[in-house]
Write a protein that binds this ligand. Structure first.
Ligand code: CTP
Length: 413
């Protein structure tokens, strides 16, 4: 697809906060409109002081959203805009706006809409160089990056305040390049239009009203996968056990408790799913009997009979509605490669991500992970210890390759 066609029809919400670089955003919006994108502009009150909404109204041919109470939709302007946006671009993103986003504040239409985002959010900071190097601002940027926000970093040069240094907002063309990259328009965007279902976190198998069997899974790996898949244009459903981490980009989420409930939720959403990723640490056993009344303590040993829970991953891989790609995880303490390969074959998976729990920085609760990805077609990729978000990107790269191969195969056949 030619570069001039890739933004056609794409739904982009541009948020303008209060910096002089707002004048450059007029050129960006104009270009996106010429590219055929459907562009909506929202502004903070300070943004409006630099460029009037009439300018953006004229460039986009659409009303500009300037306050939370603008009646765009029965659910409120912020939700209507968030539902509309395949991508949000905040340009310029001032120090103040970045600080608010890093802390979840929702005090104007732009910050509130970002809080409700369902897809990727691209931030284009612009400010004085001393503000840019301020450690508080840098900590906010690092926090936002860690949460999966995309950045197009400021460049160096003469600043509007008369000083020279880093802080100049990236040029409209550079921001547009980032937009092209994120929307997956250039690289083929293998996950655009794909449905990805991910299980995440622990399950709880209750013994009585106050006790359960569970494990320390944090759900961070599942959240990272959901985040990256959403940023690559996938329609993501995250089926999460209790207390599991949620991704920064809001994706559809179903909260479940037990393995049985997780299985039911997965089965209900399996038809139409292209990729299934079992990142949940599903309890392998549940108490055979649930006691409706709290079990009383006694001096004699308590014996519990446990029954195996359904293997969700295996039932997905062997289902009539089997997704094109099924990915499992294997948390191992023995020989990870051999154990994971056996699991890959036994469960009928396309890919398995093995974590060696004996390695520092791998496994439960950690923010990092080290992994070995094995595939049913002999793929083998070792991923050194890195943030879970980065591990998720490598896993999804492998998923994309399989999707490309399977659609190529279908076309050829
Ligand atoms: N899994 C699942 N349902 C279960 C158990 C596991 O969907 N009841 C999934 C996990 O989400 C993970 C993979 O299966 O993707 C591996 O889980 P694991 O517990 O390591 O595998 P088991 O088959 O239980 O093997 P073992 O406990 O013997 O290592």
């Amino acid at each position: 697809m030619g570069e001039n066609r890739v933004l056609e029809g794409r739904r982009i919400v541009v948020g303008v906060s209060g910096g002089i670089a707002a004048y450059k955003v007029c050129a960006l919006v104009s270009r996106l409109v010429q590219d055929g994108a459907q562009v909506r502009v929202m502004m903070t009150p300070s943004g409006e002081r630099f460029v009037g909404p009439v300018t953006f109204r004229s460039l986009t041919g659409r009303p500009v959203a300037v306050d939370q109470w603008t009646d765009l939709h029965e659910t409120g302007a912020h939700i209507a805009l968030a539902q509309f946006a395949e991508l949000m671009v905040i340009a310029p993103a001032t120090s103040n706006t970045l600080a608010k986003l890093a802390n979840g504040l929702c005090d104007n239409l732009v910050t509130t809409t970002v809080a409700a985002a369902r897809g990727p959010v691209l931030l284009a900071p612009a400010m004085n160089d001393h503000m840019w190097t301020n450690p508080v601002l840098q900590a906010n940027v690092a926090r936002l990056q860690g949460l999966g926000y995309e950045f197009v970093m400021p460049g160096e040069g003469r600043l509007a305040c008369g000083e020279s240094g880093v802080g100049r907002m990236a040029e409209p063309n550079t921001i547009r390049e980032s937009i092209l990259r994120i929307l997956g328009a250039r690289g083929g965007g293998a996950l655009a239009g794909k449905r990805v279902t991910i299980t995440s976190g622990p399950t709880r198998e209750w013994l009585d009203p106050v006790r359960f069997i569970s494990n320390p899974s944090s759900g961070k790996m599942g959240a990272a996968l959901a985040q990256v898949a959403a940023s690559r244009g996938a329609e993501v459903l995250l089926i999460s056990g209790p207390g599991a981490a949620l991704p920064a980009a809001s994706v559809d989420t179903i909260a479940v408790e037990s393995a049985e409930e997780m299985l039911r939720a997965v089965e209900a959403h399996l038809p139409g799913t292209d990729v299934f990723i079992g990142a949940a640490a599903v309890a392998d056993y549940r108490p055979e009997e649930y006691a409706a009344q709290k079990r009383k303590k006694s001096a004699t040993p308590l014996e519990l009979r446990l029954q195996p829970t359904p293997d969700i991953l295996q039932s997905v891989a062997q289902s009539d509605s089997r997704p094109a790609v099924v990915v499992g995880f294997a948390a191992e303490t023995g020989d990870p490669e051999a154990e994971a390969r056996a699991k890959l074959e036994r469960k009928g998976l396309d890919l398995i991500v093995a974590n060696d729990l004996t390695q520092p920085g791998a496994g439960f609760c950690a923010d990092t992970n080290e992994a070995l990805i094995l595939g049913s077609r002999g793929q083998r990729e070792a991923v050194s210890c890195r943030p879970k978000l980065e591990v998720a990107k490598v896993v999804l790269d492998q998923v994309e390759k399989l999707l490309e191969e399977s659609s190529g195969g279908r076309e050829a056949g």
